[in-house]
Design a protein. Structure first.
Length: 135
């Protein structure tokens, strides 16, 4: 398994655990436990589970499993995937933090980072997407 896939999948699992922990705390706060200030972590919970865990796991798996090139590096230039990894994780924290404190500009910059991450990832894997039985 390539190193980029390992990092994407491990980080996705860390986000999944963190997101479930935050979700548990949010549910406990709904049950009138003395955890009133937790409404600020709802954006982080959403970002951690949906973007951090689900999207990042999908990216790591796709980078690993898509068909490899016959010549040159098997998965092409990996720099766009590493850039996607960094942009996605920075975008998650900026989008969640911006939404938590009501700073729309920061949240928008986080969303822009997530979009750039998707574009960087697509730049790397698009040439490897092929129909079944084609070479």
């Amino acid at each position: 398994m390539p190193a980029a896939s390992v990092w994407l999948i491990r980080t996705a699992l860390a986000y999944l655990v963190a997101g479930f922990g935050l979700g548990t705390a949010l549910l406990a706060a709904k049950g009138n436990l003395p955890l009133r200030g937790l409404r600020l972590v709802l954006p982080l919970h959403i970002e951690a589970v949906l973007i951090g865990a689900m999207l990042q796991f999908t990216m790591g798996t796709a980078f690993w499993l898509l068909p490899r090139f016959r010549e040159g590096p098997p998965r092409g230039d990996e720099r766009p995937v590493w850039a996607a990894y960094l942009l996605l994780n920075a975008g998650i924290w900026l989008a969640a933090g911006g939404r938590a404190v009501g700073a729309d500009g920061i949240a928008l910059s986080g969303r822009a980072g997530e979009l750039l991450a998707a574009l960087c990832f697509a730049w790397n894997v698009w040439p490897r997407v092929k129909g079944f039985g084609t070479s």
